[in-house]
Write a protein that binds this ligand. Sequence first.
Ligand code: GLU
Length: 445
Amino acid sequence: MTVTVRFAPSPTGRLHVGNARPALINWLFARKQGGRFVLRIDDTDRERSRLDHEVAIGEDLVWLGLTWDERVNQSARTALYEEVAERLKAAGRLYPCFETSEELEYKRKRQMARGVPPVYDRAALKLTEAERKAYEAEGRRPHWRFKLDDGEVRWDDLVRGACHYDVSHLSDPVLIRADGTPLYTLPSVFDDADLGITHVIRGEDHVTNTAAQIQIFLALGATPPQFAHLPLLTDAAGQGFSKRLGSLSLGELRASGVEAMALTSLLAKLGTSDAIQPRQSLDALVAEFDIAKFSRATPKFDPAELDHLNARLLHEMSFADAAPRLKGVGLDGDEAFWMAVRANLTQINDARDWWHICRETVAPVIEDAAFAGQAAGLLPPEPWTADTWKSWTGAVQQATGRKGRELFHPLRLALTGRENGPELKTLLPLIGRTRAAARLCGEAA
Ligand code: GLU
């Protein structure tokens, strides 16, 4: 059977780092196993689902490089959910309930007061045909619960290990609302079975749903998939990320100039014992991936760690990988430019400043006009190479008697307008003789 996984976001907000992690882990798992990655848009909730969010989710995944082999929208599959609901009703596994939410709340309160777990008492199962008719005559429309089998449900979780859950602690879950629309559970289980999902890798906020879902798989005559529940990412203060708050949304990170590979390099390793290193391709992350490496401890996401990784990634990036990134920020930089500046970047946007310095106009900083003018007079004719800096500054040293910082620092300020930056031996040929001479003479060039 082909390994098949799914990432199943609800389009009720933008993706953030907390949901990018399971998306990435699903994708890496699929690629590692030669399997398939399905993007399932959980848009059965018509009120809260929005098309702009759905579009953004697709864009964010493409930005991360997490392309899918199949994409389905649950909203297009409602007829299938109705059909499966009818099947479960006919089999006696879905039963109608007429309690209002106030009545249910009252029952819960009484159970709590008696020190009994607030589990649904299945009163609706005991209703006679006449009692049901009477409710319907009152205008009540039933919601439908799935009748759980008593006993213990066990599964071997790929992250949490052996899990077991005593079903008597669970209420029979409501699968169909009174308005006839399905809640998340039935479409999710049906789709997992129908789309051949072999592994459900998701956040541990869904652990408590798993026992009931396994019983629904069995009631549908399907083999339950393997489950892996990942601890949820938190921020440095231990708080969760919320899709609706937009905190650290992928859109914001992308707009702020973060490299997708910096983010994936971090998210693929957080919560594992592997060292976090910048990786230049998802293939490299696939090679290192093993779901068994993920621990149950809560991983913390630190934006400073992402920034640091982003800088390291750029410092090691080949020109082939950098060229499209440079284009993305509007620069037609060549290999010599990239190799000269990459070690000085923390973000790809920083390359713009160096592009100005190498190819466009900067205002020089002149500390000693006589010295700078003398240095200008000693500039050799072009063509310039990486050796030009050494021979030129050698000549300036001889003529002026300056050396060390006294020699180099004013030249850097005049040539670049900056205190620090890439090695001047690589910058000088990129700046070229015309600009260098003008800047040394105090002209913006
Ligand atoms: N749409 C559900 C969510 O976003 C999917 C849960 C699941 O992976 O089963 O929480």
